[in-house]
Structure formats: C-alpha cells, structure tokens
Design a protein around this ligand. Structure first.
Ligand SMILES: Nc1ncnc2c1ncn2[C@@H]1O[C@H](COP(=O)(O)OP(=O)(O)OP(=O)(O)O)[C@@H](O)[C@H]1O
Length: 306
C-alpha cells in the first residue's frame, strides 16, 4: 500500500493538517506514527484505514480487508456485544455460524465473554474497547489500523492485543499504530515515523532502547520476512526489509535524492540520510535497489552488525 502526495485539510480556508505525505506500507510491516497533540496522527490513520479521503494525493494498494480501532468506540448500538460482532462478521463475508464462532472467540480472547449478551450501550468503556478490538480482528484483516487502541484495556487485554499484532504481521498484514506509550510494541521490529509540521518523516530516535535496531528482532516477533522489492516509482528504491531471527545483518547508511521517500523500516541517521538494517543475504539486492533507483541514492557506508 502506498500514500503519494497525500494532503488533508478540513475546509478550503483551513490550514493543511497533512501535506505531501509519501510513504510505502508493505505487507507484514509494523509502522508506528508519532507526533505532537493535534499534529494529525488520527487524521493520517483515518486516511490509511480508508474511513476518510485525502484532500489531495492518492492512496493505492490498500488491502481489501481493513480494520480500524479508534481510541473511543461508539457503543450506542441496539445490539448485544455478541450480536454486534456476529453481524459484522457477516458483513465481512463470513457465514452466520462462522461469524458467531469468531464473535465468541474474540470476546473470550479479550476477557469479555461474560458480556456477550450485554447490550453495547450498557458496556463500560473498557469492555466496549475490547469489543472494538475483537471486531477489528474478526476477519483476519490485511491492514490493521490502531489509534490508541490499548487505551482503556486491562493489562491482560493489552498483552493479548500485542500478541494479535504479532500474529497479524506474521501473517503478512500491515499494522499501523499510534500510542502514547513509547514502549508499546517496541520489542517488535517496526518502522517509526513522526509527524512534524504536516509532513511525515522517519523518526530520528527509536521510541525505546529495546528498539535501537528496530529491524532486528526476537524469534517470537519475526514475520516470515518482508520481501525487498525494487522501486516502481521514482525515489522509492525499496519497500522494506526485515532481518530474520538469528541472521547476520548489515546496516546501510544511504542518502537519498532531494524529496525522496525513505523506505519503510529506515531510521534517520545522525548527521543525515537513513540507516537501513537488512539481513546479510539481502544486502546486495538492497544496495542494487538503492543504486539503480532514478535518481539514485548515495551509499555512505555498509557495516556488518555483530
Ligand atoms: N473532523 C474534523 N473537522 C475539523 N477539524 C478536524 C477534524 N478532525 C481533526 N481536525 C483538526 O485537525 C488537526 C489534527 O487533528 P488529529 O486529531 O488528526 O490530531 P492528533 O495528532 O491525532 O491529535 P491528538 O494527539 O490530540 O489525538 C487538529 O487541529 C484538529 O482540530
């Protein structure tokens, strides 16, 4: 999935909340978005999820099954939690029996089984958030967008949502999230972006010490391996690379042409350019991708990581 020149403003005379956003969100990628209060994080996530449309620019390649969890889930529906989830399962194309089974499993998974017959409008904020998360996972989404989705969940439901994110990325889904806790999912390999002045930039600093090399990963966190794909547009040499568990890795320091879009998974390098950490077996094709992009990237260094 790709965002190209995406901008959003809420009215012709209103300021641009987002402008010139270009980013590639490949299958299997976990992407964190940060920014100041009112910086446009929710706006960006709604655009990515497809529940809002850009004022300018375009979004292409969105996976057909998209799920979105907002921070506050509107629970004013005349249905019980189980009936609501079953209904949504049917909307996603599941049979009635399968939808009911998945609804029950989802409520169980997030510790809300005892509220299956409770009307949605009577649920506490925490329980309705559990229903929101269960609905997002009902139909194995190829794109999962989580806007502070952990807020209001108890510790075990938060941990379950972390596990669900790992499962979805391992299955090849793209997961994009915002969370106020800088340690959220920091143990998983992820791309990290920051909204600054309506534009999106690769974040210079990882959100927590454990993610200092965010594309290296613990065995449990390893997605099958996101392929490195060559550019199909100017200035986008690669989509992403993930280092398989235990594999030797190489860190490439590269500087892109003006206006180029950093590959997902790249970190801003101190002093300019990007750092891209890839499995040693992929480094040749990654370097080829950078060097053959038009205009090409400048390679400053290639370093084997211990
Ligand atoms: N539907 C809307 N209509 C008009 N303005 C909006 C709308 N949604 C957001 N905005 C404005 O867009 C700007 C960005 O809001 P947004 O909620 O996307 O930021 P955010 O980074 O998610 O904020 P926060 O950190 O407070 O959650 C704000 O100035 C907000 O007032």
């Amino acid at each position: 999935m790709r965002l190209t020149g995406v901008g959003r403003r809420y009215g012709r005379r209103r300021p641009w909340v987002l402008r010139g956003i270009g980013v590639e969100l490949p299958p299997g990628a976990l992407v964190r978005v940060e920014g100041g209060n009112g910086g446009g994080k929710s706006t960006l996530l709604r655009l990515i999820a497809g529940i809002d449309t850009p004022t300018e620019g375009r979004i292409t390649g969105r996976p057909p099954r998209t799920a979105y969890v907002p921070e506050r889930f509107p629970a004013v529906l005349p249905l019980t939690a189980a009936a609501y989830l079953t209904h949504l399962g049917r909307v996603h194309g599941l049979t009635g029996a399968e939808a009911a089974r998945r609804a029950a499993d989802g409520l169980e998974r997030f510790g809300a089984a005892r509220f299956a017959r409770t009307p949605m409008a009577d649920l506490s904020k925490g329980t309705s958030q559990k229903v929101a998360v269960a609905q997002a996972l009902l139909a194995d989404p190829g794109l999962l967008v989580l806007d502070e989705a952990w807020t209001g969940l108890d510790a075990s439901a938060r941990a379950e949502l972390d596990r669900a994110v790992t499962e979805r990325t391992a299955a090849g889904a793209t997961v994009v999230f915002v969370d106020h806790d800088p340690a959220r999912l920091s143990g998983l390999p992820h791309a990290h972006y920051r909204l600054r002045g309506a534009t999106l930039e690769a974040a210079a600093e990882p959100p927590a010490p454990r993610s200092a090399a965010p594309l290296r990963t613990t065995p449990a966190a390893v997605p099958a391996g996101v392929p490195v794909v060559p550019a199909d547009g100017p200035g986008v040499p690669l989509a992403a690379a993930v280092v398989p568990a235990g594999a030797a890795a190489v860190r490439i320091h590269a500087v892109g042409p003006p206006g180029s879009v950093p590959p997902v998974g790249a970190l801003a390098a101190p002093g300019g350019g990007i750092w891209l950490t890839v499995g040693a077996g992929l480094s040749d094709s990654v370097l080829r991708g950078l060097l053959t992009a038009r205009p090409s990237w400048h390679i400053r260094s290639v370093e084997e990581l211990p």
